[in-house]
Structures are given as C-alpha cells and as structure tokens.
Design a protein around this ligand. Structure first.
Ligand SMILES: Nc1ncnc2c1ncn2[C@@H]1O[C@H](COP(=O)(O)OP(=O)(O)OP(=O)(O)O)[C@@H](O)[C@H]1O
Ligand SMILES: [Mg+2]
Length: 249
C-alpha cells in the first residue's frame, strides 16, 4: 500500500541574523491512511512546525510533502487554502474558538470555509461526495447537543475542546491534526478527549496526527514518531494500541 502522507528530506529553516536555525532538518516520514499517529518530542523539537507543514499552514524551505501523491510543498497560497479547506481539520491546545460565536455557530462556520474556495480545485474531484457535516450532528457526536447556544466563555475547557473537535470534524477531513489537544485539560477531561479522538480514527476512518510531549500517549497510537532537535529519531508501529481510557498521566 502507498503511504497516504510522505515527507521527503523536508527542512524548515529560519535566518536569524548571521546564523541559520533549522527547526526541521532532513525529515523523512510515512503515514498510512486511517492511522492514529502520535508525534512525540520535547519542547522546541519541531513538533508544531511539522504539524503546520502537514496542515498546509506553513511551507517548508526544502523537500517534498506528499499528500495522497500530491506534493503540497510546491503549492502557492490559493493551492494551500484549497488543500486545507478540503482535507484538513485542526484542533489546538487552547481551542481557538471564536469568542463571539456560539458552539453551533463556531461549527457551522466550516461550510463557509469550504464554499469560499475557488471552484475546480483538484480536491473537488478527488474528494467527491465529501460533504460538510451537519453542525448539530457533530456537536451531538461529541456529547454537546445541550450546549449548542453557549458561547466559549460559558463552557468548561473540556466542552470548548470538544466543540473545537466538532468544528474540525464538520469538514469531514481526511486528515485531523491535533497540537497538544489535552495540554490545557485535567487528566479526566483529557482522557475523554483522547478517547474521542481514538473513536474518530477508528469509526470514521480519519487519519489522526497528534503531537504531544506526553510519552504516555505513545501507547494509544498505531504509529509513534519521535522527534528531537528538528530531526526524526525513530518510528515505531504498535500492533495492539491501548484504549485511550487505559492511559493516565
Ligand atoms: N518564526 C520562527 N522564527 C524563528 N524560529 C522559530 C520560528 N518558529 C519556530 N521557531 C523555532 O523552531 C523550533 C521548533 O519550534 P516548534 O514550535 O515546532 O517546537 P515544538 O516541538 O512544538 O515545542 P513545544 O512542545 O514547546 O510546543 C523552536 O526552537 C522555535 O523557537
Ligand atoms: Mg508546539
């Protein structure tokens, strides 16, 4: 089977005065469709940089990033906008909900994101039938159907994170990216969020890529990629991943 996602010799560098800093260097990796992937590494390792490149939120300084065979590293801004709108859902550590919109409105916004993309992108054909999902159904799926009309400031951290997961899932994305999704939550709430992400990857067959510095999350992944100082140190395959409710931290 061909990999769904492939990084080939990817680098991301910043010119800082006289000196060049490599946030990522010589990164090769593979992810198969439907996998739940955990990217582990200490602070500053390059995890968010890697996730942002994968999500088309940033472009590499060199190398290739293949998504279903398309090299998104060569895409211009319009190309990346279409790529994100059709393929990528993102969940952030601090939820990034719009404070003046209710839970329902935050999720419903995804329809506009897709509709604003120019017609005729390659993804339209490739992702034919990938409809934006109903906001109420998505909020129900994350256990929030009684909270549709609450604003973010009126919800707990766990509820806000579940809203942001519903928002990401509403795009029906082939790729769900999560940057420290439990980082701002207590252990019990964090476990519920992990369980939800695991369920999404298993039942909806979305490919889920989560970055974290929490090594206990390695046990629930199908694939564990360890990064340090901007390079991939190892990749492991878990034949028998644990249930999210079995891990604690
Ligand atoms: N725009 C930028 N200019 C210069 N350096 C940057 C820039 N963005 C990121 N970096 C550097 O790249 C390195 C990797 O950053 P990144 O945010 O990917 O780390 P991380 O693994 O996500 O860390 P954390 O666990 O703390 O979130 C850091 O040393 C950071 O300072
Ligand atoms: Mg980070």
């Amino acid at each position: 089977m061909e990999p769904f996602i492939e990084f080939r010799k990817v680098e991301k560098k910043y010119e800082l005065g006289e000196h060049t800093f490599y946030a990522l260097k010589d990164v090769d990796l593979e992810i198969m469709e439907g996998e739940m992937v955990v990217i582990l590494g200490p602070s500053g390792a390059g995890k968010s940089t890697l996730l942002n490149l994968l999500g088309g939120m940033d472009s590499p300084s060199g190398g290739e990033i293949l998504f279903n065979g398309h090299n998104i590293a060569g895409f211009n801004d319009d190309g990346l906008t279409a790529y994100r709108a059709w393929n990528v859902g993102v969940v952030f550590q601090f939820y990034n909900l719009i404070p003046t919109l209710t839970a329902y409105e935050n999720v419903a916004l995804m329809k506009d994101v897709r509709n604003n993309v120019k017609k005729g992108s390659i993804w339209e054909k490739e992702s034919e039938g990938v409809e934006i999902l109903d906001p109420v159904e998505m909020l129900d799926a994350v256990g929030l159907k009684d909270h549709l009309h609450q604003f973010p400031s009126q919800m707990s951290g766990g509820e806000q994170q579940r809203t942001s997961i519903a928002r990401a899932l509403a795009k029906n994305p082939r790729l769900l990216l999560c940057d420290e999704p439990t980082g701002a939550l207590d252990t019990d709430t964090g476990q519920e969020v992990l369980k939800l992400l695991q369920r999404v990857s298993r039942e909806r067959k979305h490919t889920v890529v989560m970055v974290t510095h929490n090594s206990s999350f390695a046990d629930i992944a199908d694939r564990v990629i360890r990064v340090k100082n901007g390079t991939v140190r190892s990749t492991e395959i878990n034949e028998d991943p644990k249930d999210a409710l079995e891990v604690s931290w």
